[in-house]
Unconditional design. Structure first.
Length: 361
C-alpha cells in the first residue's frame, strides 16, 4: 500500500475543515468546531456538547423546512433511529425537528469513509471486505429491527474504524424523500446515488429491507474493486439505472470466489428471491473486526493519526464571537472530502469517483 499522491501529504487526508465565515457557532446546545460535509439534506458540523462529548450535527437545508410532511416524517424517523444500537452505527443522541432549521446530533465516528479510503488508497484486500460485509450486515440487522430502511447505503455513508465499520445517515433519506416527491414529476430529478440504487428504487417502487441488501452488494463490489457492478455512470446516470433494472452485474473483477458469491446473492433482481440479512449472516463466515486486525496496517496508522488530530480539536479552546443565527447554516456549501487516487492496496490504481453524476445525500 503506497503513500498519498505526490503533493498531497497523507497527514492532510481526513483533516477537519474549520468553520467558514457566516457559519453559526452554535446549533441548539452544541458548540460548533468545524465542518464535516454537506449533501442533499443539509450541512454537517463537528460539535461539542455541554458535557464535552464530540458529536456530528446535521442541519437541514432551508428548502425542506416549510414542508410539514417532511417535518412529520423527520420526527418519526428520528424517533425510530434512537432505537438502533450503536455497535455498528452512529447513534442518534439529540434532535430538534421543530426548530426553524431542524437538526439532529449523532455520535461522531472518528474515521474516514469507505469512499475516501478507496479513492485515496485503492480497493481493500479480500479479508478486509469479508469483515466489512459482516459488520455492514450486522448494522443493517440492527437498523431494520428498529423499523428503518436505510435507502441510501453507499460508500460515503460507511465509516471505517479500528473496531469495524459504522453506518451513518440511516432513516434520514426517507424523510428527505417526502420533501422532494413533488419535484420528481416536475423536474425529473434523481434522488439518491444512481450507482447505489436497487431495481425497485429505480422503478419508483416502495423500497423495503431487501433494497438495502441490494445496495450492500454494490458497496461491497466497490470496496473490493473500486468499480460498480452496473457501470461507472460517469456522465450517464440513466444508463446505469437502466442496467440496474435490465442487465446482470459484472463481477469479473472480484477475484475472491466466496466474496463474489456473496455479492451476487445481494444483487438478485427479484425482491422475493433476494437473500435476507439474517440468511446472509448465517451463511457468511464470521470475520473479526476488533483491534484493527481487519484493516491494512497503513489504514490503521491513518486512523491513529486522525484520532490524535481529533483530540487536538477537542482540546483547542473555542472562542465564541458574534455568532450568526442557526438559520445562516445554509451559507456556502462545505468543501468536499479530499480527492486524489493513489496506487492501491494490491498495487493497482483505484478508479475515480464511482459515480461523479450522483446527487449528494
Amino acid at each position: 500500500m503506497s503513500s498519498a499522491k505526490s503533493g498531497e501529504p497523507d497527514d492532510d487526508f481526513g483533516r477537519i475543515p474549520p468553520l467558514a465565515p457566516g457559519d453559526p457557532q452554535r446549533i441548539g446546545p452544541y458548540l460548533l468546531l468545524g465542518r464535516l460535509g454537506a449533501g442533499g439534506m443539509g450541512r454537517v458540523f463537528l460539535a461539542r456538547s455541554g458535557g464535552g462529548r464530540t458529536v456530528a450535527v446535521k442541519v437541514v437545508h432551508e428548502e425542506h423546512t416549510s414542508n410539514a410532511h417532511f417535518r412529520a416524517r423527520f420526527r418519526r424517523e428520528i424517533d425510530a433511529a434512537r432505537r438502533v444500537g450503536e455497535r455498528y452505527t452512529a447513534p442518534v443522541l439529540d434532535a430538534d425537528p421543530d426548530a426553524d432549521r431542524p437538526w439532529v446530533a449523532t455520535g461522531y465516528v472518528p474515521g474516514p469513509s469507505l469512499e475516501q479510503v478507496v479513492r485515496r488508497y485503492g480497493p481493500l484486500p479480500a479479508d478486509s471486505v469479508h469483515a466489512l460485509a459482516d459488520g455492514l450486515l450486522r448494522a443493517l440487522r440492527d437498523i431494520h429491527a428498529a423499523g428503518i430502511v436505510h435507502r441510501d447505503l453507499k460508500p460515503s455513508n460507511v465509516m471505517l474504524t479500528v473496531e469495524g465499520p459504522r453506518v451513518i445517515d440511516f432513516g434520514i433519506a426517507r424523510a428527505l424523500q417526502t420533501s422532494v416527491d413533488s419535484l420528481l414529476t416536475s423536474t425529473g430529478m434523481v434522488i439518491g446515488s444512481p450507482g447505489f440504487m436497487s431495481p425497485e428504487q429505480v422503478r419508483g417502487q416502495e423500497a423495503g429491507t431487501a433494497s438495502d441488501v441490494f445496495t450492500l452488494g454494490c458497496v461491497l463490489m466497490y470496496a473490493a474493486t473500486g468499480l460498480l457492478p452496473f457501470g461507472q455512470g460517469a456522465g450517464n446516470q440513466h444508463a446505469v439505472m437502466y442496467q440496474i433494472v435490465e442487465d446482470e452485474p459484472d463481477l469479473s473483477e472480484v477475484r475472491d470466489e466466496a466474496l463474489r458469491a456473496l455479492i451476487a446473492r445481494c444483487l438478485t433482481k427479484d425482491v422475493a428471491g433476494r437473500a435476507g440479512v439474517d440468511e446472509l449472516l448465517a451463511d457468511a463466515p464470521r470475520q473479526a473486526t476488533a483491534n484493527g486486525v481487519w484493516l491494512p496496517a497503513e489504514l490503521v496508522a491513518h486512523l491513529a493519526r486522525q484520532a490524535a488530530r481529533l483530540l487536538d480539536v477537542e482540546a483547542s479552546p473555542v472562542r465564541e464571537t458574534d455568532a450568526a443565527p442557526a438559520a445562516d447554516a445554509s451559507a456556502s456549501p462545505a468543501p468536499g472530502t479530499p480527492d486524489g487516487a493513489t496506487v492501491g492496496l494490491r498495487g493497482k490504481s483505484p478508479s475515480s469517483d464511482p459515480d461523479p453524476s450522483r446527487a449528494p445525500a
